[in-house]
Design a binder for this molecule. Sequence first.
Ligand code: PLP
Length: 400
Amino acid sequence: PTSLSQRLRTVKPSPTIAITRLAAELRRSGADIIALSQGEPDFDTPDHIKAAAKKAIDDGVTKYTDVDGTPELKRAIVQKFKRENSLEYETTSISVGTGGKQVIFNAFTATLDEGDEVIIPAPYWVSYPDMVLLTGGVPVIVACGEDCGFKLTAAALESAITERTKWLVLNSPSNPTGAGYSARELKAIAEVLLRHPRVLVLTDDMYEHIRYDGWDFSTIAAVEPRLRERVLTCNGVSKAYAMTGWRIGYAGGPAELIKAMATIQSQSTTNPSSVSQAAAVAALTGPLDFLAERNVVFQERRDLCLSAFNSTDGLTCRTPDGAFYLFPSCAGVIGKRQPNGNLIESDVGFATYLLESVGVAVVPGSAFGLGPYFRISFATSTERLQAACARIGDACSSLR
Ligand code: PLP
Protein backbone atom coordinates (compact mmCIF):
# COMPACT_ATOMS: atom_id res chain seq x y z
CA PRO A 1 0.00 0.00 0.00
CA THR A 2 1.24 3.48 -0.91
CA SER A 3 0.39 4.84 2.55
CA LEU A 4 3.39 3.05 4.03
CA SER A 5 6.66 4.89 4.53
CA GLN A 6 9.67 4.48 2.29
CA ARG A 7 11.63 3.32 5.29
CA LEU A 8 9.20 0.56 6.21
CA ARG A 9 9.42 -0.91 2.72
CA THR A 10 13.01 -1.95 3.36
CA VAL A 11 12.01 -4.03 6.39
CA LYS A 12 10.59 -7.53 6.50
CA PRO A 13 8.64 -9.08 9.35
CA SER A 14 10.64 -11.43 11.58
CA PRO A 15 11.06 -14.74 9.66
CA THR A 16 11.12 -16.73 12.90
CA ILE A 17 7.69 -15.39 13.76
CA ALA A 18 6.53 -16.17 10.19
CA ILE A 19 7.55 -19.85 10.46
CA THR A 20 6.01 -20.14 13.92
CA ARG A 21 2.77 -18.72 12.56
CA LEU A 22 2.73 -21.12 9.60
CA ALA A 23 3.35 -24.02 11.99
CA ALA A 24 0.48 -22.83 14.21
CA GLU A 25 -1.81 -22.63 11.18
CA LEU A 26 -0.95 -26.19 10.12
CA ARG A 27 -1.53 -27.33 13.69
CA ARG A 28 -4.94 -25.65 13.83
CA SER A 29 -5.91 -27.50 10.68
CA GLY A 30 -5.16 -30.76 12.47
CA ALA A 31 -1.53 -31.51 11.54
CA ASP A 32 0.83 -32.89 14.21
CA ILE A 33 3.53 -30.21 14.23
CA ILE A 34 6.66 -29.99 16.37
CA ALA A 35 7.81 -26.37 16.41
CA LEU A 36 11.53 -25.97 17.03
CA SER A 37 11.40 -22.47 15.64
CA GLN A 38 10.84 -20.25 18.65
CA GLY A 39 13.55 -18.80 20.88
CA GLU A 40 11.95 -19.20 24.25
CA PRO A 41 12.81 -21.38 27.29
CA ASP A 42 10.08 -23.93 28.00
CA PHE A 43 10.78 -23.59 31.74
CA ASP A 44 8.46 -21.52 33.88
CA THR A 45 9.41 -18.25 35.59
CA PRO A 46 10.77 -19.23 39.04
CA ASP A 47 8.28 -18.94 41.92
CA HIS A 48 10.16 -16.33 43.94
CA ILE A 49 9.99 -14.00 40.94
CA LYS A 50 6.26 -14.54 40.47
CA ALA A 51 5.73 -13.93 44.21
CA ALA A 52 7.52 -10.58 43.98
CA ALA A 53 5.23 -9.55 41.12
CA LYS A 54 2.10 -10.54 43.03
CA LYS A 55 3.31 -8.60 46.04
CA ALA A 56 4.02 -5.57 43.87
CA ILE A 57 0.43 -5.61 42.62
CA ASP A 58 -0.95 -5.93 46.17
CA ASP A 59 1.32 -3.13 47.39
CA GLY A 60 0.03 -0.79 44.68
CA VAL A 61 3.19 -0.74 42.59
CA THR A 62 0.92 -0.15 39.62
CA LYS A 63 1.71 3.42 38.59
CA TYR A 64 4.13 5.13 36.20
CA THR A 65 7.74 4.74 37.23
CA ASP A 66 10.87 6.62 36.23
CA VAL A 67 11.03 6.33 32.44
CA ASP A 68 14.10 4.12 32.08
CA GLY A 69 13.77 2.05 35.23
CA THR A 70 13.02 2.28 38.96
CA PRO A 71 15.91 3.17 41.28
CA GLU A 72 15.59 -0.31 42.88
CA LEU A 73 15.93 -2.08 39.55
CA LYS A 74 18.83 0.11 38.44
CA ARG A 75 20.64 -0.66 41.70
CA ALA A 76 20.02 -4.38 41.19
CA ILE A 77 21.46 -4.10 37.66
CA VAL A 78 24.52 -2.18 38.91
CA GLN A 79 25.08 -5.01 41.42
CA LYS A 80 24.59 -7.65 38.72
CA PHE A 81 27.18 -6.07 36.43
CA LYS A 82 29.64 -5.83 39.31
CA ARG A 83 29.05 -9.35 40.65
CA GLU A 84 28.88 -11.24 37.36
CA ASN A 85 30.92 -9.17 34.92
CA SER A 86 33.33 -7.09 37.07
CA LEU A 87 31.86 -3.98 35.43
CA GLU A 88 31.43 -0.84 37.54
CA TYR A 89 28.47 1.31 36.51
CA GLU A 90 26.65 4.20 38.18
CA THR A 91 22.84 4.07 38.12
CA THR A 92 23.02 7.02 35.68
CA SER A 93 24.68 4.63 33.22
CA ILE A 94 21.84 2.10 33.30
CA SER A 95 18.80 1.95 31.02
CA VAL A 96 15.80 -0.36 31.42
CA GLY A 97 13.36 -0.96 28.59
CA THR A 98 10.51 -3.19 27.47
CA GLY A 99 12.73 -6.13 26.59
CA GLY A 100 16.26 -6.16 25.28
CA LYS A 101 14.68 -5.45 21.93
CA GLN A 102 13.52 -1.98 22.93
CA VAL A 103 16.85 -1.13 24.53
CA ILE A 104 18.71 -1.98 21.31
CA PHE A 105 16.15 -0.13 19.20
CA ASN A 106 16.54 2.96 21.43
CA ALA A 107 20.33 2.81 21.07
CA PHE A 108 20.16 2.78 17.26
CA THR A 109 17.45 5.45 17.18
CA ALA A 110 19.55 7.67 19.43
CA THR A 111 22.71 7.42 17.36
CA LEU A 112 22.12 6.61 13.70
CA ASP A 113 21.91 9.25 11.04
CA GLU A 114 20.94 8.45 7.46
CA GLY A 115 23.73 6.37 5.92
CA ASP A 116 25.56 5.49 9.14
CA GLU A 117 26.90 1.95 9.01
CA VAL A 118 26.45 -0.81 11.56
CA ILE A 119 28.72 -3.85 11.29
CA ILE A 120 26.73 -7.03 11.92
CA PRO A 121 28.54 -10.38 11.88
CA ALA A 122 26.48 -13.12 10.16
CA PRO A 123 24.84 -15.36 11.11
CA TYR A 124 23.03 -12.75 13.19
CA TRP A 125 19.93 -12.41 15.31
CA VAL A 126 17.25 -11.54 12.76
CA SER A 127 16.29 -8.22 14.31
CA TYR A 128 19.63 -6.40 14.10
CA PRO A 129 19.65 -5.58 10.36
CA ASP A 130 15.99 -4.62 10.30
CA MET A 131 16.32 -2.42 13.37
CA VAL A 132 19.22 -0.64 11.68
CA LEU A 133 17.14 -0.15 8.51
CA LEU A 134 14.16 1.12 10.52
CA THR A 135 16.32 3.69 12.25
CA GLY A 136 17.91 4.97 9.05
CA GLY A 137 21.25 3.17 9.17
CA VAL A 138 22.95 0.79 6.77
CA PRO A 139 23.62 -2.78 7.95
CA VAL A 140 27.08 -3.97 6.89
CA ILE A 141 26.93 -7.73 7.03
CA VAL A 142 30.22 -9.58 7.56
CA ALA A 143 29.98 -13.29 6.78
CA CYS A 144 31.50 -15.38 9.57
CA GLY A 145 31.56 -18.93 8.29
CA GLU A 146 31.82 -22.20 10.08
CA ASP A 147 35.58 -22.23 9.39
CA CYS A 148 35.87 -19.30 11.85
CA GLY A 149 33.49 -20.96 14.30
CA PHE A 150 30.79 -18.53 13.10
CA LYS A 151 32.74 -15.73 14.80
CA LEU A 152 34.09 -12.37 13.69
CA THR A 153 37.87 -12.25 13.35
CA ALA A 154 40.00 -9.15 13.93
CA ALA A 155 40.98 -9.14 10.25
CA ALA A 156 37.37 -9.32 9.03
CA LEU A 157 36.42 -6.48 11.37
CA GLU A 158 39.33 -4.33 10.24
CA SER A 159 38.35 -4.62 6.61
CA ALA A 160 34.67 -3.85 7.30
CA ILE A 161 35.31 -0.56 9.12
CA THR A 162 34.81 2.61 7.04
CA GLU A 163 34.46 6.31 7.78
CA ARG A 164 30.72 5.80 8.17
CA THR A 165 30.95 2.96 10.72
CA LYS A 166 28.97 3.89 13.83
CA TRP A 167 28.54 0.56 15.61
CA LEU A 168 29.84 -2.96 15.79
CA VAL A 169 27.29 -5.47 17.07
CA LEU A 170 28.52 -8.50 19.03
CA ASN A 171 26.29 -11.29 20.35
CA SER A 172 27.83 -13.99 22.51
CA PRO A 173 26.70 -16.69 23.04
CA SER A 174 25.03 -16.22 19.70
CA ASN A 175 21.52 -16.62 18.47
CA PRO A 176 21.44 -18.60 16.11
CA THR A 177 24.75 -20.51 16.38
CA GLY A 178 25.43 -20.72 20.13
CA ALA A 179 29.04 -19.74 19.41
CA GLY A 180 30.67 -17.84 22.25
CA TYR A 181 33.70 -15.53 22.13
CA SER A 182 36.56 -16.24 24.50
CA ALA A 183 38.25 -13.38 26.35
CA ARG A 184 41.22 -13.81 24.00
CA GLU A 185 39.04 -13.48 20.90
CA LEU A 186 37.38 -10.38 22.33
CA LYS A 187 40.79 -8.93 23.11
CA ALA A 188 41.81 -9.31 19.45
CA ILE A 189 38.63 -7.51 18.37
CA ALA A 190 39.25 -4.82 20.98
CA GLU A 191 42.74 -4.21 19.57
CA VAL A 192 41.18 -3.29 16.23
CA LEU A 193 38.58 -1.08 17.89
CA LEU A 194 41.25 0.82 19.83
CA ARG A 195 42.62 1.92 16.45
CA HIS A 196 39.18 3.23 15.45
CA PRO A 197 38.08 5.47 18.31
CA ARG A 198 34.80 6.58 16.71
CA VAL A 199 33.27 3.10 16.51
CA LEU A 200 30.78 2.20 19.24
CA VAL A 201 30.18 -1.39 20.34
CA LEU A 202 26.82 -2.91 21.15
CA THR A 203 27.32 -6.23 22.88
CA ASP A 204 24.18 -8.31 23.29
CA ASP A 205 24.79 -10.66 26.22
CA MET A 206 21.23 -11.95 26.43
CA TYR A 207 22.31 -15.61 26.62
CA GLU A 208 25.13 -15.07 29.14
CA HIS A 209 23.75 -17.52 31.68
CA ILE A 210 22.92 -20.35 29.31
CA ARG A 211 26.23 -22.11 28.68
CA TYR A 212 27.81 -25.54 28.46
CA ASP A 213 30.93 -27.61 29.00
CA GLY A 214 32.30 -25.07 31.47
CA TRP A 215 32.59 -22.45 28.73
CA ASP A 216 33.61 -19.15 30.32
CA PHE A 217 31.52 -16.07 29.46
CA SER A 218 33.34 -12.76 28.85
CA THR A 219 32.06 -9.36 27.78
CA ILE A 220 34.12 -6.83 25.85
CA ALA A 221 33.87 -3.84 28.22
CA ALA A 222 35.39 -5.99 30.98
CA VAL A 223 38.03 -7.52 28.70
CA GLU A 224 39.22 -4.10 27.48
CA PRO A 225 38.45 -1.31 29.98
CA ARG A 226 39.80 1.30 27.55
CA LEU A 227 36.69 0.69 25.45
CA ARG A 228 34.34 1.25 28.39
CA GLU A 229 33.19 4.70 27.29
CA ARG A 230 31.92 3.41 23.95
CA VAL A 231 30.45 0.04 24.78
CA LEU A 232 26.75 -0.53 25.39
CA THR A 233 26.46 -3.80 27.34
CA CYS A 234 22.94 -5.15 26.70
CA ASN A 235 21.29 -7.90 28.68
CA GLY A 236 17.88 -8.86 30.03
CA VAL A 237 15.85 -11.28 32.07
CA SER A 238 13.95 -12.96 29.20
CA LYS A 239 16.19 -15.95 28.55
CA ALA A 240 18.10 -16.61 31.79
CA TYR A 241 15.06 -16.28 34.04
CA ALA A 242 12.47 -17.65 31.61
CA MET A 243 10.70 -14.27 31.61
CA THR A 244 10.10 -13.63 27.90
CA GLY A 245 6.56 -12.37 28.47
CA TRP A 246 7.47 -9.93 31.24
CA ARG A 247 9.36 -7.69 28.80
CA ILE A 248 12.34 -6.38 30.75
CA GLY A 249 15.73 -5.73 29.16
CA TYR A 250 18.53 -3.43 30.25
CA ALA A 251 21.90 -1.99 29.32
CA GLY A 252 24.89 -0.31 30.87
CA GLY A 253 26.80 2.29 28.89
CA PRO A 254 28.03 5.87 28.51
CA ALA A 255 25.78 8.24 30.49
CA GLU A 256 25.21 10.57 27.53
CA LEU A 257 23.91 7.71 25.37
CA ILE A 258 21.82 6.30 28.23
CA LYS A 259 20.19 9.72 28.67
CA ALA A 260 19.39 10.00 24.97
CA MET A 261 17.83 6.54 25.05
CA ALA A 262 15.62 7.65 27.94
CA THR A 263 14.47 10.67 25.91
CA ILE A 264 13.37 8.38 23.08
CA GLN A 265 11.61 6.05 25.47
CA SER A 266 9.86 8.97 27.19
CA GLN A 267 8.33 9.94 23.84
CA SER A 268 7.36 6.44 22.78
CA THR A 269 6.48 3.90 25.47
CA THR A 270 7.44 5.57 28.80
CA ASN A 271 8.44 3.10 31.51
CA PRO A 272 8.37 -0.68 31.19
CA SER A 273 5.64 -2.35 33.28
CA SER A 274 6.01 -1.45 36.97
CA VAL A 275 5.05 -4.99 37.99
CA SER A 276 7.59 -6.55 35.65
CA GLN A 277 10.29 -4.26 36.99
CA ALA A 278 9.54 -5.44 40.54
CA ALA A 279 9.78 -9.03 39.29
CA ALA A 280 13.11 -8.26 37.61
CA VAL A 281 14.50 -6.93 40.91
CA ALA A 282 13.64 -10.29 42.48
CA ALA A 283 15.25 -12.11 39.55
CA LEU A 284 18.52 -10.16 39.72
CA THR A 285 18.86 -10.16 43.52
CA GLY A 286 17.46 -13.65 44.19
CA PRO A 287 18.92 -17.16 44.20
CA LEU A 288 20.72 -18.30 41.05
CA ASP A 289 21.08 -22.04 41.67
CA PHE A 290 18.20 -22.87 39.31
CA LEU A 291 20.35 -21.58 36.42
CA ALA A 292 22.90 -24.38 36.81
CA GLU A 293 20.12 -26.96 37.17
CA ARG A 294 18.44 -25.76 34.00
CA ASN A 295 21.74 -25.69 32.13
CA VAL A 296 22.21 -29.39 32.91
CA VAL A 297 18.84 -30.11 31.30
CA PHE A 298 19.60 -27.87 28.32
CA GLN A 299 22.97 -29.55 27.85
CA GLU A 300 21.40 -33.03 27.81
CA ARG A 301 18.97 -31.87 25.15
CA ARG A 302 21.75 -30.20 23.18
CA ASP A 303 23.76 -33.42 23.19
CA LEU A 304 20.79 -35.52 22.18
CA CYS A 305 20.13 -33.34 19.12
CA LEU A 306 23.83 -32.99 18.27
CA SER A 307 24.37 -36.72 18.11
CA ALA A 308 21.14 -37.21 16.14
CA PHE A 309 22.09 -34.58 13.54
CA ASN A 310 25.70 -35.67 13.27
CA SER A 311 24.59 -39.20 12.47
CA THR A 312 22.01 -38.07 9.90
CA ASP A 313 23.09 -38.35 6.29
CA GLY A 314 23.39 -34.86 4.78
CA LEU A 315 23.60 -32.93 8.07
CA THR A 316 26.55 -31.86 10.24
CA CYS A 317 26.47 -29.71 13.35
CA ARG A 318 29.04 -27.82 15.43
CA THR A 319 28.83 -27.95 19.22
CA PRO A 320 27.54 -24.65 20.64
CA ASP A 321 29.07 -23.02 23.75
CA GLY A 322 25.81 -21.51 24.97
CA ALA A 323 22.22 -20.37 24.24
CA PHE A 324 19.64 -23.00 23.31
CA TYR A 325 20.04 -23.29 19.56
CA LEU A 326 21.73 -25.62 17.11
CA PHE A 327 22.72 -24.39 13.67
CA PRO A 328 23.33 -27.51 11.57
CA SER A 329 24.61 -27.38 8.03
CA CYS A 330 22.26 -28.91 5.48
CA ALA A 331 24.77 -28.57 2.62
CA GLY A 332 24.63 -32.36 2.16
CA VAL A 333 20.94 -32.39 1.22
CA ILE A 334 21.05 -29.53 -1.27
CA GLY A 335 20.60 -30.89 -4.79
CA LYS A 336 18.76 -34.01 -3.64
CA ARG A 337 15.20 -34.88 -4.64
CA GLN A 338 12.15 -35.29 -2.42
CA PRO A 339 9.94 -38.38 -2.86
CA ASN A 340 7.58 -36.20 -4.95
CA GLY A 341 10.46 -35.44 -7.32
CA ASN A 342 10.98 -31.81 -6.24
CA LEU A 343 14.55 -30.66 -5.85
CA ILE A 344 15.89 -29.28 -2.52
CA GLU A 345 17.52 -26.12 -3.82
CA SER A 346 18.25 -24.19 -0.64
CA ASP A 347 17.86 -24.19 3.13
CA VAL A 348 14.51 -22.47 2.66
CA GLY A 349 13.43 -25.41 0.50
CA PHE A 350 14.72 -27.84 3.11
CA ALA A 351 12.88 -26.08 5.98
CA THR A 352 9.67 -26.08 3.92
CA TYR A 353 10.17 -29.78 3.14
CA LEU A 354 10.62 -30.59 6.86
CA LEU A 355 7.46 -28.70 7.79
CA GLU A 356 5.32 -30.15 5.02
CA SER A 357 6.60 -33.72 4.98
CA VAL A 358 7.28 -34.52 8.66
CA GLY A 359 5.70 -31.59 10.52
CA VAL A 360 8.88 -30.14 12.06
CA ALA A 361 9.23 -26.35 12.05
CA VAL A 362 12.81 -25.03 11.80
CA VAL A 363 14.12 -21.66 10.60
CA PRO A 364 16.28 -21.56 7.45
CA GLY A 365 19.79 -20.23 8.03
CA SER A 366 19.43 -17.65 5.28
CA ALA A 367 17.01 -15.80 7.59
CA PHE A 368 20.05 -15.26 9.83
CA GLY A 369 22.26 -14.29 6.92
CA LEU A 370 24.05 -17.60 6.32
CA GLY A 371 22.99 -20.64 4.31
CA PRO A 372 22.72 -23.52 3.77
CA TYR A 373 21.99 -24.03 7.44
CA PHE A 374 18.93 -24.18 9.65
CA ARG A 375 18.28 -23.28 13.26
CA ILE A 376 16.49 -25.33 15.82
CA SER A 377 15.72 -24.28 19.37
CA PHE A 378 16.21 -27.14 21.83
CA ALA A 379 14.29 -25.34 24.57
CA THR A 380 11.53 -27.93 24.40
CA SER A 381 10.88 -31.26 26.11
CA THR A 382 13.30 -34.15 25.62
CA GLU A 383 10.44 -36.29 24.31
CA ARG A 384 9.50 -33.81 21.64
CA LEU A 385 13.14 -33.32 20.68
CA GLN A 386 13.62 -37.06 20.29
CA ALA A 387 10.53 -37.25 18.11
CA ALA A 388 11.65 -34.24 16.06
CA CYS A 389 15.15 -35.66 15.49
CA ALA A 390 13.67 -38.98 14.38
CA ARG A 391 11.36 -37.20 11.97
CA ILE A 392 14.20 -35.09 10.55
CA GLY A 393 16.24 -38.29 10.13
CA ASP A 394 13.34 -39.92 8.26
CA ALA A 395 12.91 -36.86 6.05
CA CYS A 396 16.62 -36.89 5.15
CA SER A 397 16.73 -40.59 4.41
CA SER A 398 13.76 -40.20 2.03
CA LEU A 399 15.82 -37.87 -0.17
CA ARG A 400 17.48 -39.22 -3.30
N1 PLP B 1 18.98 -10.50 21.68
C1 PLP B 1 18.97 -11.76 21.21
C2 PLP B 1 20.21 -12.33 20.64
C3 PLP B 1 17.79 -12.51 21.25
O1 PLP B 1 17.77 -13.76 20.77
C4 PLP B 1 16.62 -11.92 21.78
C5 PLP B 1 15.33 -12.64 21.79
O2 PLP B 1 15.05 -13.49 21.00
C6 PLP B 1 16.69 -10.61 22.25
C7 PLP B 1 17.89 -9.94 22.19
C8 PLP B 1 15.52 -9.87 22.80
O3 PLP B 1 15.02 -10.34 23.98
P1 PLP B 1 13.89 -9.57 24.78
O4 PLP B 1 13.38 -8.45 23.96
O5 PLP B 1 12.86 -10.61 25.07
O6 PLP B 1 14.57 -9.09 26.02
